[in-house]
Design a binder for this molecule. Structure first.
Ligand SMILES: NC(=O)c1ccc[n+]([C@@H]2O[C@H](COP(=O)([O-])OP(=O)(O)OC[C@H]3O[C@@H](n4cnc5c(N)ncnc54)[C@H](OP(=O)(O)O)[C@@H]3O)[C@@H](O)[C@H]2O)c1
Length: 254
């Protein structure tokens, strides 16, 4: 039996949403929310099999087509060409990037550079290259993270990238104003998305238990918490240049 779509939040009828990183985790939950709200949806990610399943699951639940295509955020030319083929589109969500997790002592220059390429430059150039393909009134959403506001063990490079993304959000909101495109960033806390597939159960337990103990809401996030935030940013036309913290209140503790 097909999984049910999430509850409808907002209205994206007649609008096209492109999600790079839409086959899993926060991106997939956001795609499901957008689709449930009536959007014409296009998903991209690197892994073909998971991407196809993600798109087909949505189609089975909603009965409308979902476009999907293999794209790697680290390859600017590939992303630019993909965006051209999807044009015109109204909203661009960019959760598709991983960050290399390591202790500071074991930091590796090449891997650090690859993380910055994927998560910072990937999102930065995607926005730049999307500009020509977005009608007025649309929005771009970046994904940073809590690590630059609160140290998260193993995510020094993540902190660097998150800070750069948060830092450029207002500047890009200004640069995109002439095109009437809004630019915002979602900054997730620790979220139980598919990224946990890449860490050991011991590390996961330590990370999740520690985070839940620390934050005021007493739990880690779900992908759908960030999906609800993405819907808010796509559908609220008076909001731009914001870094929206979806982190259970990580900074509201001493
Ligand atoms: N989950 C957390 O605790 C957390 C905390 C802070 C920040 N964030 C940020 O939130 C965003 C989403 O994270 P998530 O937890 O949802 O991750 P996730 O569960 O690992 O899902 C990532 C999605 O992006 C795709 N992707 C990864 N690298 C890609 C690339 N180079 N090009 C295109 N697609 C790519 C993945 O599919 P493929 O692997 O097949 O490409 C998958 O669809 C990321 O920027 C992450 O750093 C997450």
């Amino acid at each position: 039996m097909a999984a049910a779509l999430p509850p409808v939040q907002g209205d994206l009828q007649g609008q096209k949403v492109v999600v790079i990183g839409g086959s899993a985790g926060i991106g997939h939950a956001s795609a499901a929310r957008a689709y449930a709200a009536g959007a014409d949806l296009a998903l991209a990610a690197r892994g073909a099999e998971r991407l196809e399943k993600a798109a087909k699951d949505l189609m089975a639940a909603g009965g409308r087509p979902v476009a999907y295509e293999v794209v790697d955020m680290r390859d600017r030319a590939m992303v630019a060409s993909y965006l051209g083929r999807q044009a015109p589109f109204d909203h661009l969500l960019l959760p598709g990037a991983g960050v290399y997790r390591t202790t500071y002592a074991d930091l590796d220059e090449e891997k650090a550079r690859l993380s910055v390429d994927a998560k910072f430059w990937g999102q930065f150039w995607s926005a730049y290259d999307a500009r020509a393909h977005m009608p007025r009134g649309g929005s771009i959403t970046f994904y940073s993270g809590v690590a630059n506001r609160r140290p998260v063990p193993g995510y020094v490079i993540g902190a660097v990238i998150d800070g750069a993304l948060d830092g450029c959000t207002r500047a890009l909101a200004y640069e995109f104003a002439a095109e009437k495109i809004r630019v915002n960033t979602i900054s997730p806390g620790v979220v139980a998305s598919s990224f946990v597939d890449r860490i050991t159960p011991e590390v996961k337990k330590e990370l999740f238990d520690g985070y839940a103990r620390k934050v005021p809401v007493g739990r880690v996030g779900e992908s759908d918490d960030c999906a609800q935030a993405a819907m808010y940013l796509m559908t609220t036309s008076f909001v731009t240049g914001q870094v929206l913290r979806v982190d259970g209140g990580a900074e509201s503790v001493p």
